[in-house]
Design a protein around this ligand. Structure first.
Ligand SMILES: Nc1ncnc2c1ncn2[C@@H]1O[C@H](COP(=O)(O)OP(=O)(O)O)[C@@H](O)[C@H]1O
Ligand SMILES: [Mg+2]
Length: 358
């Protein structure tokens, strides 16, 4: 799938804007505050019903108005998606004029977003990395969401009983916790394994180790959220006393993480911002490859503000990386210096000067 056209009304700094997009590479440039992130964010909403950063969707409504309206067209499939948000009402999502839930939307318009928060993937909290992984599995696997919701419901119940000290009732929730926890954990481990495969494939193809030494020494592993020498049931039994004392479930799939070690030291303690940024892009693109190759999906790749903190050599790596992506790409950068470098590399390249759009 790709977005052939988007129309934005009363959204962030834009009152009205309509854009015809290329199925290939779309490049938005403009000064700080010109509206690049706003445009990319409007596209991301079609995949998630959510903002990049703000949990308050009302803050996306242009200050002068009390509602926004976004439309996206996919001319290939003849699809139209419409998202409306009125300041006093919940978000409304329609696909081809019928209401749908945002969780269905993510499968109809899958996107892989890479933006300011994603750029410090290694430095972020485990929650953040887990969410990013889970988001891709939500898109990839139909069964994931039901197990995910059941697991988190059992965790919530368990924790609320631990809080009350009602320890005798806890075992009633253990079965669901273990069954659904194992199910989501197996899907995470598998998706992680495939991502690592694609990541290593990128290392072979792009040879970023010529620019960044750390790629030779990085060790990436999936942590399920509990010690590998016990299964989930044993873990709950072993930790019962600790959980009772701390009034919360200390170990389990809700603590899952992806660990990055360089010479056995946590990568976040070693990497510079530019290194982290390139690493984060490569990891996110690896997840994107998994969706493409292993699940036959065609997500749109969205990358906001690519150039800051990346020098020319790293930028060349990024262009090489894009060549392996046959899907639609929408990305932004503060200036236009290098589009002459990118343009000849892609057949379907379209450039937008954001200052001149609004
Ligand atoms: N709800 C809103 N209504 C009006 N303007 C907004 C709103 N939210 C953000 N802005 C403004 O939109 C402008 C563009 O922001 P942004 O898209 O982040 O620009 P860029 O990514 O190009 O730096 C900024 O000046 C910002 O203050
Ligand atoms: Mg921005």
């Amino acid at each position: 799938m790709s977005f052939s056209k988007i129309s934005i009304k009363r959204f962030r700094c834009f009152e009205e804007l309509s854009l015809d997009l290329s199925p290939g590479v779309n490049f938005f440039y403009g000064a700080n505050g010109s509206g690049k992130t706003s445009i990319l964010e409007s596209i991301f909403i079609f995949s998630s019903g959510k903002s990049f950063k703000s949990s308050n969707i009302s803050s996306l409504i242009n200050f002068k108005f009390d509602n926004f309206n976004l439309k996206a067209f996919d001319s290939e499939r003849g699809y139209i998606a419409e998202i409306k948000k009125d300041i006093n009402k919940p978000i409304s999502v329609q696909l081809n004029n019928s209401k749908i839930t945002t969780s269905k939307l993510i499968r109809e318009f899958p996107c892989s977003p890479i933006h300011n928060n994603t750029f410090s993937f290694a430095d972020a909290s485990p929650d953040f990395r887990r969410k990013l992984l889970d988001r891709s599995i939500f898109i990839a696997d139909d069964g994931f969401s039901s197990s995910w919701f059941s697991f988190y419901r059992s965790l919530k119940q368990r924790n609320s009983l631990l809080k009350k000290g009602a320890t005798t009732q806890i075992s009633a929730w253990n079965d669901a916790f273990i069954k659904e926890g194992n199910a989501i954990s197996a899907l995470r481990a598998n998706f992680f394994k495939l991502t690592l495969l694609e990541f290593n494939n990128f290392l072979d193809l792009l040879k970023p180790s010529n620019v960044f030494n750390f790629f030779n020494d990085i060790n990436i592993s999936f942590f399920a959220g509990w010690d590998a020498d016990s299964n989930l049931q044993e873990t709950l039994e072993k930790n019962f006393q600790i959980d009772t004392n701390r009034k919360t479930t200390t170990k389990g799939p809700h603590k899952a993480d992806i660990k990055f070690l360089i010479n056995n030291i946590d990568a976040r303690q070693l990497l510079s911002r530019g290194e982290q940024k390139f690493f984060s892009i490569l990891w996110s693109c690896s997840q994107h490859e998994v969706l493409k190759k292993h699940y036959d999906l065609r997500p749109t790749l969205i990358i906001d503000d690519i150039k800051s903190e990346l020098d020319d050599r790293v930028f060349q790596l990024f262009i090489d990386l894009l060549k392996y992506n046959e899907n639609q790409v929408i990305f932004s950068c503060i200036d236009d210096h290098f589009s002459s470098k990118i343009e000849p590399e892609f057949n379907d390249f379209k450039k937008f000067h954001v200052e001149q759009l609004g």
